[in-house]
Design a protein around this ligand. Structure first.
Ligand code: GDP
Length: 468
């Protein structure tokens, strides 16, 4: 279904590039294109076929040429939004793109809201909500594993699993309702025990998905990581090592998806979201100058702490402070004994002994490392993999991992299914079992967007970038 308002936006990233794309979608997309685009040939735009790349010029109201472009028309319903879509590929300069964009506005288009193209694709049934969300996840993917997860969602693998659950629930509801409506017929040969078994099976399947949320959230959002340690322990060097070759920093451009600039490090496919890296880089003496307060606040919000110690120096009051701090940290902790390329190891035994005395099960390992030679890095990666996948790397299908929102909905579904079992066990009538099952069915529909309020849908799409 075409929306009567035609929307327009720059679909390529801000800044300069080889080409830039202005995208229009809606009832008047083609008529607006006809007003501003002149094919290079003598033919009119109408004479070209659907999805044909047409070379020509964008001209303004006075007939002045603004740019030399390629124009592609994608007729409804075979387009991203299922509406008439026009893409104008122009030169990728911000001035030229803005000129063409404002020309489309003057010809009747209105500025697209963030995520509005994808929202229209959702409203027209081309994508369900979890697939629509995956569009942004593909764009924002921090590592190959994150991309794999996003692609699994985009291709519908994850949604199909959810739809399968809903289908099973609906089949049970239909069966129960038939026996309520036609109690004298023989369809009521209803075996409640059989329904109970089916619900139980579903509980197990949903539980499995809920467990995957832990990994899914990390792959999607990154593991919040703080690097702490006394001055000169080697924090910056460790960070540089982690950022080293093939470990690109992924920086979100402010205003596209989030407000702040965040840095991610890709370690063995796991995105680490570094907390206040600027602070760590600039501050050589975390403990001395700012005091432990700052280290405390980093450490408290981190899901992973890399505590760096210098094994070549004597154990100091500052090391003691860091160790004390680790006692109360809620996140996973990996202690790094740095500078193992140097022969002096006066600090090794005492730090190891002190760390072993810390009453915090979150200390997952003590890794001797050298930020200089890179020794120990593999062991660090192995520990990280363990944290993220819980030792299940091989068996985990990253295509069906769920994210935080989906994990929460699944947790609530689980509760509703467990309540259904209780209702059955209490010997209550079929009507009550149906009510419970229907709630679970509706809850699951929130993942695919089939049973979701419009304002929640709006809120989800508002987190998208403009032009997507
Ligand atoms: P920070 O203050 O904790 O960030 O420490 P830096 O990363 O700035 O390192 C302090 C000093 O130790 C620098 O001179 C580094 O070159 C040196 N350093 C760091 N890691 C190592 C290492 O593994 N081996 C050796 N030999 N020197 C290191």
């Amino acid at each position: 279904m075409q929306q009567d308002e035609t929307i327009s936006a720059i679909a390529t990233p801000p800044g300069e590039g080889g080409i830039g794309i202005i995208r229009l979608s809606g009832e008047n997309a083609v008529s607006i294109a006809k007003k501003i685009f002149r094919p290079f040939s003598a033919k009119s735009l109408d004479e070209y076929g659907n999805r044909e790349a047409v070379y020509g010029y964008v001209k303004n109201e006075d007939g002045k040429t603004i740019d030399e472009v390629i124009c592609i028309i994608m007729n409804a319903p075979n387009s991203y939004t299922c509406e008439d879509v026009v893409e104008i590929q122009c030169h990728g300069g911000s001035v030229v793109m803005r000129e063409i964009l404002s020309l489309t506005y003057r010809m009747g288009a209105r500025p697209a809201q963030p995520g509005e193209f994808t929202k229209r694709a959702f409203l027209n049934g081309r994508l369900d909500l979890s697939q629509a969300q995956a569009v942004m996840d593909v764009i924002n993917a921090k590592t190959k594993a994150s991309l794999d997860m996003a692609m699994g969602h985009l291709s519908g693998n994850f949604s199909n699993k959810i739809k399968g659950f809903r289908h099973d629930i609906l089949a049970m509801i239909a069966h129960l309702e038939a026996s309520i409506d036609f109690p004298e017929d023989d369809i009521e040969n209803l075996d409640i025990e059989d329904i109970r078994e089916k619900v139980k099976l579903l509980v197990e399947k949903v539980e499995k998905l809920v467990e995957s949320a832990h990994t899914g959230i990390i792959l999607k959002d990154g593991l919040k990581t703080a690097i702490i340690g006394k001055p000169n322990a080697g924090k910056s060097s460790i960070m540089n090592l982690l950022l080293g070759k093939e470990r690109a920093i992924v920086t979100d451009i402010p205003g596209t998806t989030r407000d702040s600039i965040e840095e991610y490090v890709n370690i063995g496919g796991i995105p680490l979201k570094l907390i206040d890296t600027a602070g760590i880089r600039a501050t050589d003496d975390l403990v001395e100058k700012i005091g432990v307060d700052k280290a405390y606040s980093y450490a408290k919000e981190a899901e992973l702490i890399l505590a760096v110690f210098d094994r070549t120096e004597h154990f100091t009051h500052e090391d003691e402070e860091i160790i004390k701090l680790l006692e109360t940290c809620p996140g996973n902790i990996i202690a790094i004994l740095n500078k193992m390329d140097l022969s002096a190891d006066i600090n090794d035994d005492i730090i190891t002994k002190k760390l072993k005395e810390v009453h915090n099960e979150q200390i997952l390992g003590i890794v001797p490392m050298s930020a200089k030679s890179g020794e120990g890095q593999e062991e660090l990666e192995a520990l990280l993999t363990d944290i993220v996948y819980g030792g299940k790397t091989k068996t985990m299908d990253s295509q069906i991992l769920c994210d935080a929102r989906q994990g929460e909905i699944l947790r609530q579904t689980l509760k509703l299914l467990e309540e259904t079992i209780t209702t059955i066990d209490m010997g209550m009538s079929e009507d009550f079992i149906v009510i419970d099952l229907r709630s679970a069915w509706e809850k699951l529909g929130e993942i695919t967007g089939e049973t979701l309020d419009d304002d929640i849908v709006d809120q989800i799409f508002s987190q998208f970038c403009i032009g997507k």
